[in-house]
Design a protein around this ligand. Structure first.
Ligand code: URA
Length: 413
């Protein structure tokens, strides 16, 4: 398959694939070509727009102000959306976010939100729009008619091992953002051992590809590069992460790294929407973000008071020696929790997970707990969890957690 790079060509190609006129074999051949040789910027843009327009594109004419959205490329203990969305909304920004489920070793916002009894994440586009207008924010799952060709293509990429290509990932993510219609997009591109992009350079090239698409599409873009060398929240697991996000919004604790990234993402959203970022910190510490979260949950039918926040940990994992925590394998922890969820299934899976007690750099004494576990334990589980921690005489400091990837306002709208 050869494409000229013209938008028309890509449109016809994507339409043909969605309709079944172009079969998986031909598409796979093209995907492998792109996987090996990449795409030029105009081609990535044309592919993105064709995918975005393969279904409904949400528009926001009733809101005469910027509408913001954020996207994370996926992390472990990445509960940022649960905090940053209501936080930006508490600062007066309309936030319209379509989220996904867990993917591989990374968690999914929809799974975390569904721990609230009664909460709906299957809003229709009309309900989604109405809620953003009335309440200021909504987080829901993408409906089947948002970028349907992207869904079909993603499934094929999964089957053919062609996921890990910068232009394909950039087009996949940005097509869904463009279809959701927000005018301000904040990208939280993760790098490090627990991220899909292992190195900072890879994360930078993905960030640049996505920014370039957004700017061409006329969006106000901001990109953060954030490290995923240790889990972001102290908790990994849907219910535990939701509880921690609430604790943080209640100013009663929660992980510092999670707070730092959530504030940075909310500041970027507020700034991309043309408002002063200075309000963000006080909107969090004063409890206004917590109120915005409660309003969003209630609007989506959730009964937050019925979310049981206290269930006892089954086990605690002690340090085998004195020393400092040199490393926590975020990816492996993510995989362990994901596998346990899969084995459990159902709502019991919502209560599974781990909570980190000691982070990288912390000193520990032999026998003190490193993490608490809400997982079914046997010898294999004990040793798998024990392998996620490295205790050494001293720990090297981790690199800065948040780096600005650059801010590029789009044209005035
Ligand atoms: N997430 C996406 O949405 N798309 C990709 O291609 C990879 C991760």
């Amino acid at each position: 398959v050869t494409l000229s790079g013209s938008p028309h060509d890509f449109d016809a190609f994507v339409r043909g694939y969605a309709a079944g006129d172009i079969d998986d074999g031909a598409m796979t051949q093209w995907l492998r070509e792109v996987f090996a040789h990449g795409l030029a910027d105009e081609e990535t843009f044309s592919l993105t727009m064709a995918l975005a327009h393969s279904g409904k594109v949400i528009e926001w004419p009733e809101i005469h102000e910027p509408v913001a959205d954020k996207h994370s490329t996926g992390g472990v203990g990445d509960a940022v959306t649960l905090i940053a969305v209501p936080l930006a909304a508490a600062c007066g920004v309309h936030v319209a976010k379509l989220s996904g489920r867990a993917l591989g070793h990374t968690g999914g916002t929809i799974d975390k939100l569904e721990c609230v009894p009664g909460l709906r994440t299957d809003l229709t586009i009309e309900e989604f729009k109405d809620q953003v207008r009335r309440v200021g924010c909504a987080v829901s799952a993408a409906t089947a008619d948002i970028a349907p060709a992207e869904k079909k293509l993603y499934a094929l990429r999964h089957r053919t091992n062609t996921i890990a290509s910068v232009p394909l990932i950039a087009a996949s993510i940005m097509s869904k953002k463009i279809a959701a219609g927000a005018t301000c997009i904040v990208l939280d591109v993760k790098f490090g051992e627990g991220a899909f992009m292992r190195t900072l350079d890879e994360a930078k090239s993905l960030a640049a590809a996505m920014e370039s698409i957004g700017v061409r599409a006329g969006l106000s873009m901001k990109t953060l590069l954030t490290s995923m060398d240790e889990p972001l929240a102290d908790s990994i697991g849907d219910g535990l992460e939701l509880d921690e996000a609430l604790t943080l919004m209640e100013d009663r604790g929660g992980s510092k790294p999670l707070r730092e990234v959530a504030v940075a993402v909310a500041e970027a959203m507020v700034e991309a929407a043309g408002r002063p970022r200075a309000e963000v910190e006080s909107a969090l510490s004063s409890g206004r973000a917590r109120e915005a979260f409660a309003a969003m949950i209630q609007a989506q039918g959730g009964r937050l008071a019925e979310f049981d926040r206290h269930w006892p940990a089954a086990h605690s994992m002690p340090a085998q020696r004195d020393g400092a925590v040199a490393r926590i394998d975020a990816r492996m922890l993510g995989e362990i929790v994901a596998a346990a969820k899969e084995r459990s299934g159902g709502t019991a899976a919502q209560r599974l997970g781990v909570r980190i007690v000691r982070r990288v750099g912390d000193r520990v004494r032999r026998g003190e707990p490193l993490l608490l576990s809400w997982l079914p334990h046997d010898d294999a589980m004990h040793s798998a969890l024990a392998r996620t921690y490295t205790i050494a005489d001293r720990a090297e400091p981790l690199p800065p957690r948040v780096m600005e990837g650059g801010a590029r306002p789009g044209p005035e709208r």
